[in-house]
Structure formats: C-alpha cells, structure tokens
Design a protein around this ligand. Structure first.
Ligand SMILES: O=c1ccn([C@H]2C[C@H](O)[C@@H](COP(=O)(O)OP(=O)(O)OP(=O)(O)O)O2)c(=O)[nH]1
Ligand SMILES: [Mg+2]
Length: 152
C-alpha cells in the first residue's frame, strides 16, 4: 500500500506538459524528479547548479524522510550526479524541492527542460534519544573499524 504524501505543484508545466513524478514500474523504489528549467541548461565540466523540480512536498511524519539520489544512467554515462551527493528531505520541510546537479565529467552536458535528472526515495526514519554512558557493554567489533576486518 502506498503512503499518501502532500504535494504542491509550483510549476504549472508539471502535471500538464510533463507528468508528475511516479513509479515507473510496480517495483520501483524511486520516482524521477524533473529539471524544471525554462531553457536548456548547459552544465560545464565541474559546474554545479541548483535546479527546481517544480514541486514541494510536506512529508509531515517524523518516521519518514526522503532521499534524492542520482539516476544511474545519467550518473554513470554522462557524469551528472548530485552536488550534495545525496539530498535529504526532512519531514517538516515545506519549501521547493531542489536538486543540486553536478557535472563531474570532462565534457559539457545539456539538460533539457523537464528532463528526469534525479530520483526521490522515501525512507523510514528512527529519531534517536541519546542516553549518555561512561562505558559500553563489550561487542565483538569493539573499536575496530575503517578496514579493521580486512578485504578478503
Ligand atoms: O537535495 C536537496 C537537499 C535538501 N533539500 C531541502 C529539504 C531539506 O529538508 C532542506 C534542508 O536540507 P539539509 O538539512 O540537508 O541542508 P542544510 O544545509 O543542513 O540546511 P538547513 O540548515 O536548512 O537544515 O533542504 C532539497 O530540497 N534538496
Ligand atoms: Mg539541516
């Protein structure tokens, strides 16, 4: 069953000229977000631009958040990934949903108006309340980390 999430359309081309974000297949985890630019956007090598998606969402549930992730095709083939690597959408955020597009390639890339440039994935969240202690109960790993367990 799908979870209802409030959405505001901020760009009238969304839902008319360009479809609203939706799951491409029944098993999709993400729905694609579009670059609602007015004209084609040229991203020079190394350039980062904050691009509007033409919509806002209000998740309104502290047990949920959303991630904005790159699309694998764009990221792998064209080098268009996210300037913040991953976008985190807080459950109380009501502003315009923005995507930071970073051209990490060595060639200029053109982004068309309405192009699907990233994807939105809703995720469950647990908010923690820290309980301060002086010592932890021992664990098998202890303080080992950062490659402590080797590579094979
Ligand atoms: O790719 C992104 C990342 C964030 N946001 C929005 C939703 C998020 O809830 C808010 C704040 O994001 P974050 O907490 O990651 O940024 P910050 O730099 O810590 O800003 P703030 O001080 O507003 O929390 O910005 C986006 O629209 N797109
Ligand atoms: Mg923050």
């Amino acid at each position: 069953m799908k979870t209802p999430i409030e959405l505001k359309i901020l760009d009238s081309r969304l839902g008319t000229e360009f479809p609203l974000p939706d799951y491409a297949t029944p098993g999709s985890a993400g729905m694609d977000l579009r670059a609602m630019v007015d004209q084609p956007l040229i991203l020079e090598p190394g350039q980062t631009e904050l691009v509007a998606t033409g919509m806002a969402i209000h998740i309104g549930d502290t047990g949920l958040a959303a991630h904005i992730l790159p699309r694998s095709g764009l990221g792998h083939k064209k080098g268009i990934v996210l300037g913040n690597l991953v976008g985190l959408i807080d459950s109380d955020y009501q502003g315009p949903l923005m995507v930071s597009l970073w051209n990490r390639s060595n060639t200029a890339v053109e982004i068309e108006p309405g192009e699907r440039v990233a994807q939105l994935v809703f995720v469950p969240v647990v908010q923690a309340a820290f309980t301060q202690v002086d010592e932890f109960d021992s664990s098998e790993r202890g303080e080992g980390g950062f490659g402590h367990s080797g590579t094979k």
